[in-house]
Design a protein around this ligand. Structure first.
Ligand SMILES: Cc1cc2nc3c(=O)[nH]c(=O)nc-3n(C[C@H](O)[C@H](O)[C@H](O)COP(=O)(O)OP(=O)(O)OC[C@H]3O[C@@H](n4cnc5c(N)ncnc54)[C@H](O)[C@@H]3O)c2cc1C
Length: 381
């Protein structure tokens, strides 16, 4: 067992850190304030190879693997969680859908565009009536008589759904089939019938783009069915195993940002003639934040390592997401407390971290759903 990162991984981590500090951090507060999704920032990420982190080199990717991707995402999210969620969904869920389940033709057609950042990729599972209970989704896919399908309905909460070129989209092909009546589709968002709707006004991640999509007779040809017909729900869940590692890495990045800001402030802020870091109450908070953040980091890297080894990792991905997202929220709350009144203002970044951290316990499976997944995996075994 070796906890040391290889030289290559250390270099990658440093490159990601420098990039995040130099290119992303300076704009994060403004993008949050103005609710601006900055496409140029994603283009810069693409130049760094961060849009094709899981994509094999044969399709233009950087093929870094899950552990390396997590290290990169931790650094990106420490600086800008809005960019972080965009990269996580794009890499884990959209690119992942093609890498794991795409035909050779689909891979050749879409992966180079996604890996180069020419296209962003979205993941369209959630609907108004089906969130945690995603298997009850209603979007309809009716056979077109030529092996293809015609899709109708609405999808909710698509991260960057209206600025993507590609979406992996889940729709019902068997009205009576429950979870076994869902099919995954590789969709080009320029096709007629893929209609973006309203943008969500969010508490946090305000520099990311989240929108509704309405499907109006969207024609998907047979060659764009992803995997087998009626096997889409398994694909959705399998992709979320990787997605949850990405969100865990995001939460570790936010927790680390809270810790860094708190340590700095605890040294600079004087009360009663001493830096507040000299008080036991503040030291306890910093010790707890640091310990929880490190535990979350190790769980996330372990789940990533299992994925790279080709071993089962659903339970560990849920554990990593549960631990990291609750840690991010814990650290954000304590970071605001350490900053006192200043932490409640927009003059300090911890106010934004507090809002950004919140969603890590909600998307790609809520905290309650992660606990269900973990508990069931033990009770089943
Ligand atoms: C910013 C943002 C971006 C998103 N991006 C995407 C995206 O790109 N693609 C996509 O498909 N979706 C996306 N989502 C949707 C997200 O995955 C869902 O919001 C999430 O799965 C929860 O579903 P819900 O909001 O419908 O909550 P609900 O499922 O209605 O849950 C409400 C509450 O009930 C609890 N609950 C539900 N079922 C159970 C149960 N069985 N046991 C115990 N408690 C339960 C939940 O934990 C939660 O506390 C995004 C959401 C947000 C906020």
């Amino acid at each position: 067992m070796d906890f040391e990162l290889s030289e290559d991984l250390q270099m990658l981590q440093e490159a990601a850190r420098d990039f995040a500090d130099g290119e992303l951090a300076p704009r994060a507060a403004e993008n949050d304030a103005t609710e601006t999704f900055v496409a140029e920032q994603i283009a810069l990420c693409a130049e760094m190879g961060f849009c094709g982190m899981a994509v094999p080199e044969a399709y233009g990717g950087s093929d870094l693997g899950a552990l390396a991707s997590s290290l990169v995402l931790m650094e990106i999210n420490r600086a800008c969680p809005s960019t972080g969620v965009t990269l996580s969904v794009h890499n884990s869920l959209a690119c992942g859908s093609l890498i794991q389940f795409g035909t050779e033709e689909q891979k050749q057609r879409y992966l180079p565009k996604l890996a180069s950042g020419e296209w962003l990729g979205a993941y369209a599972l959630s609907e108004a009536e089906s969130g945690s209970d995603a298997g009850s989704l209603r979007c309809k896919a009716a056979p077109d008589g030529n092996g293809g399908f015609v899709l109708n309905g609405s999808k909710l909460w698509l991260s960057h759904g209206d600025v993507s070129g590609y979406a992996v989209l889940f729709a019902r092909t068997d009205p009576e089939g429950g979870q076994n009546g869902i099919t995954a589709f590789s969709v080009e968002t320029a096709w007629d019938g893929y209609n973006p709707g309203k943008h969500e006004r969010k508490m946090g991640l305000r520099g990311s783009n989240t929108c509704e999509i309405h499907l109006a007779d969207l024609k998907v040809p047979a060659e764009n069915v992803l995997g087998e017909v009626n096997h889409g729900f398994k694909i959705a869940l399998s992709l979320l195993d990787a997605g949850r590692i990405g969100i865990a890495a995001q939460a570790v990045g936010i927790a680390q940002a809270c810790l860094d800001a708190s340590v700095k402030y605890a040294k600079e802020r004087y009360q009663f003639g001493r830096p507040i870091g000299a008080f036991g109450a503040i030291q306890e908070k910093i010790a707890e934040m640091a310990t929880r953040t490190q535990a979350a980091r190790l769980l996330t890297l372990h789940a990533s390592w299992l994925k790279d080894e080709g071993r089962p990792h659903a339970r560990e991905a849920s554990m990593a997401k549960l631990a990291s997202s609750t840690t991010a929220n814990y650290c954000a709350k304590e970071a605001v407390q350490i900053h006192g009144g200043a932490g409640y203002t927009k003059d300090f970044p911890v106010e934004r971290y507090f809002r950004d951290a919140r969603v890590t316990e909600i998307y790609e499976g809520t905290t309650e759903i992660q606990r269900l997944v973990i508990a069931k995996s033990y009770l089943r075994d």
